[in-house]
Every structure is written in C-alpha cells, then in structure tokens.
Design a binder for this molecule. Sequence first.
Ligand code: AMP
Length: 218
Amino acid sequence: MIVILLGPPGAGKGTQAAAISRRLGIPHVSTGDIFRANLSEGTPLGLEAKGYMAMGELVPDDLVVRLVADRLSRPDAAGGALLDGFPRTVGQAEALEDILASRGSKVDVCLLLDVPDADLLARLSGRRVCRRCGSGWHASFSPPPVDLKCPKCGGEIYQRDDDMEETVTSRLAVYRRQTRPLTDWYGAKGSLTVVHGTGTPQDVEKDIEKALSAGGAR
Ligand code: AMP
C-alpha cells in the first residue's frame, strides 16, 4: 500500500507519519529526514541539498526522484511505503506514478493534513525536535526538558535551522506555490482525503485512522 502524507510544513506530518507507518506496517519514508541525515554525515547528496534547504527552497526534482526511486526499491518497501514530504511538485507526482507503474503499483491514498496558515508560523518557529529519534516539542505549548535531553532516547533536542522565522516564511510560500497544486491533482484522481490537523495529535491520529479505514486500509 502506498500512502502519501501531504500538508504544509508544520502540519504535524512527521508525528502522524510515525503512527500511520506503525499501524499499516509499512516504512516511513521522509525525504526531509533523508536529506538531514545526509547533511549531518556530509555526504555528496547532503552537500548538494544543503543550500536549497538553508533557503527553505525545494531540492531539484531529479535529485529527489532518484532518491525516492532508490528507497522504494529496497526490500522493506516491497509491500508499500508511507511517503512524508514527497511528492512536493506536480513533476515529482508524475515521476512517482511512473516509478510505481513500473512495479505494477499506484498511490492508494493521499492524505492531506490541513492546518490554517495562521497557525503554521507559530507552530514552526516554536518547534523543537530530538536529533536522534525525531520526537517533537513546542517552546510555548509543550516545552522540552530544560537540559534539552530527549526523555525517550537521550538525544539532543534542538531547533532545526530551517525552522527559524525567516526561512519558515519562505517554506510556507514555496508550499503554496509549488506543493498546494497537488491537492487538486490528487483530488482529480479521486485519491485525496482531507483530515483536519488542528486537534491534539491523538485526535488527529484517530481521524486519520477513520479516513484510512473508510478507504479500505487495515
Ligand atoms: P521537510 O523536513 O519535509 O520539511 O524537508 C526539509 C527540506 O528538505 C525542504 O525544505 C526541502 O529543501 C528539502 N526537501 C524535502 N523533501 C523534498 C522534496 N520532496 N522535494 C524537494 N525538496 C525536498
């Protein structure tokens, strides 16, 4: 089963993706996480993506598409995957169709996590995450421990460079211009399901479960 999790930066995709991937037993593939891991290891891929990420811009389609094609060809993705942060352009969505068609597969559902623009800036600029396990906090609504040590894994809790206010504004503009058109694209194909992302993470998770069950997922 191929599930796409679509939504603006700060909609809570990472948090929900972990829960969905556990529930459906498919790997969570986050292109942003893959780029960040490559960046911290200083790989050629990380170096190529670095400038785009720092500006809040999208990494070129061909690079991202190659990375996803490679990831989906691994054995653990034979039964499907949950794609988080990909596709982000219509060109990426078309390329994904080709990759999947070549394996006799297709996108089963595209879940749009919808959060009003007004909430996103506050969510993103206060966001703090664990460098190791990806768990999240918010500087005002759910502050991390003062020693900035993750209670779940002991990793360091930090603020992503691209969550600084200047970059957040440009990431939101990039989303509106390049990624939001995908909602119409998947809508026209009949595979779009909208879930409101404004409740607690637990409420949103329940709504996603309902949406997936209604769509025939386990
Ligand atoms: P994310 O964690 O999904 O917000 O991604 C962080 C950054 O990685 C983005 O702002 C982009 O620079 C880059 N990135 C992640 N996924 C993609 C994608 N599908 N297409 C282009 N750039 C991406």
